[in-house]
Design a protein. Structure first.
Length: 249
């Protein structure tokens, strides 16, 4: 399996404050965040050795930060060092019990290592919190107003990955085809993959790509990529697939 996962790195939010107007006085932590951004870029490029080296430099500038440890956990997941990643995310989740991003990272570490029941339990609790979030606070959520649908999707995938298509179908029947996210389309695609109908599964993704933002396509497709069901193209939202021999006609 290949792991891109959909981690919410706390550091990424903090990097957005650099270009504010009027320009604030230079922060003594700016070199730390610049180095952290370089490490994050290397992680996205899957150059994990370089990412760890850059992260070590960042940690020398500012030791013992949640931002750096979150990124390190992401790197460990990419290297399939699941227990190391889980240990980091568990520590961060304990330190930040009310932070949805930190709690999601812990659930995601369980998801990618195959502890689907534990991931489903945590995601279900997070989904209830997200649903109770006032509309004017949606921008505080990891993926804004798409967060609830994304968590719903990940819960749904725990059933599909377990091979429990009956429970999955119960959830799928409740998905809205006209939602602001590609939840319904990717839900249908995952069900087709679960039933070994790869061509139909890809058609659903293709339809979603014509409607939704490429960043949403990437977000929802990560788990399928990790599962080995699809291959991503060079551009955001660009998807290809390996068609199973049984589907070639």
């Amino acid at each position: 399996m290949r792991f891109t996962h959909s981690l919410f790195c706390l550091s990424l939010l903090l990097l957005l404050v650099v270009a504010q107007e009027p320009a604030p006085a230079p922060s003594p932590d700016l070199p730390f965040y610049k180095k952290l951004a370089e490490a994050n870029k290397a992680t996205i490029e899957k150059n994990f050795t370089k990412a760890l080296a850059l992260l070590e430099e960042a940690e020398k500038l500012k030791p013992n930060t949640v931002e750096a440890s979150s990124l390190k956990g992401s790197i460990y997941l990419g290297q399939k060092e699941f227990e190391k990643a889980h240990e980091i995310f568990l520590k961060n989740a304990t330190l930040l019990p009310d932070n949805i991003g930190a709690q999601y990272n812990l659930a995601e570490s369980e998801f990618v290592k195959g502890d689907l029941s534990a991931a489903r339990e945590k995601l279900s609790k997070l989904l209830e919190i997200v649903k109770a979030t006032p509309k004017d606070k949606m921008n505080t959520l990891p993926w804004g107003d798409a967060t609830a649908d994304f968590f719903t999707y990940k819960i749904y995938l725990t059933y599909i990955f377990e091979g429990n298509l009956i429970e999955g179908k119960k959830m799928l029947d409740k998905f809205d085809p006209y939602a602001i996210t590609p939840l319904y389309y990717f839900g249908c695609s995952a069900m087709e993959f679960g039933n070994k109908n790869n061509i139909k599964a890809l058609e659903w993704i293709g339809s979603a790509a014509k409607i939704y933002n490429p960043l949403l396509i990437d977000l929802f497709s990560n788990a399928m990529f990790d599962k080995g069901w699809i291959r991503k193209g060079a551009k955001p939202g660009e998807i290809t697939t390996d068609i199973a021999p049984a589907d070639k006609k």
